[in-house]
Design a protein around this ligand. Sequence first.
Ligand SMILES: CC(C)(COP(=O)(O)OP(=O)(O)OC[C@H]1O[C@@H](n2cnc3c(N)ncnc32)[C@H](O)[C@@H]1OP(=O)(O)O)[C@@H](O)C(=O)NCCC(=O)NCCS
Length: 167
Amino acid sequence: MTLRLRRINLNDRREALLTQRFARNNFLLNYGTRHDIFERAHVDDFVDVYTSWLGVSRPYKDMRFVTISGQPVGHLWMMFRPKSAWVENLFITAAYRGQGVGSKTLRMAENMALRQGYVSVFVGSAASNLDSRRFYEREGWKIIGQSGRRSLRWRKSLATHADKRIA
Ligand SMILES: CC(C)(COP(=O)(O)OP(=O)(O)OC[C@H]1O[C@@H](n2cnc3c(N)ncnc32)[C@H](O)[C@@H]1OP(=O)(O)O)[C@@H](O)C(=O)NCCC(=O)NCCS
C-alpha cells in the first residue's frame, strides 16, 4: 500500500467538502457533539469561517490528505509554529482504521517536524477517546497535562528519531 501525504487545496470545492466531512466526523467521534464550524451548509462558509478562525492561510499551517493509491482516506493537519510543532487534526476513515495507516501517518508527521528542526511534537486529544489514548501511548507519546476539561495534551520527543538518523 502506497501511503502519501498530499497538500489539501481548500480553494478546490471537492477537497474543501471532503475536509469538512472528515473534520466533522472527527469532532463528533471525539466529543459526541457537533461543532458549528464544521456544520456549515455551504462549503464556502466552512472555508471562510475556518480560514479566519484557525488562520489556514498562515504560513505555519500545513494541511494534507492521507492518500492510498491516490485516494484520500483521511487527513493530517499540522501547525509548525515558531517554537512548537503540533498535530492539529488527525483522522483516518473508518474503513481504513486498525491497519497501521494512522501509525504510519503519525510517523510521517513526526519526521516532518524533525526535518524542520523541532525537538518534539504536541497534540491535543479528547480525554474520553480511549482508542486514541491507546494509539498515542503505543506510538510513544506522553501525556503532559490537560487542556480545558475535555482535552489531554500530549508530547512526543523526537530525540529517538534523531538517534536513529545518526545511526
Ligand atoms: C486514532 C486513529 C487516527 C488511529 O489510526 P488507525 O489507522 O486506526 O491506527 P493504526 O491502525 O495505526 O493503529 C491502531 C490503533 O489505533 C487505535 N484505534 C483508535 N481508533 C481505532 C479504531 N476505530 N479501530 C482500530 N483501532 C483504533 C487503537 O489503539 C489501535 O491499537 P490496537 O490495535 O492495539 O487496538 C484513527 O483510528 C482515527 O482517525 N480515529 C477516529 C478519529 C480520532 O480519534 N482521531 C484522533 C484525534 S486526536
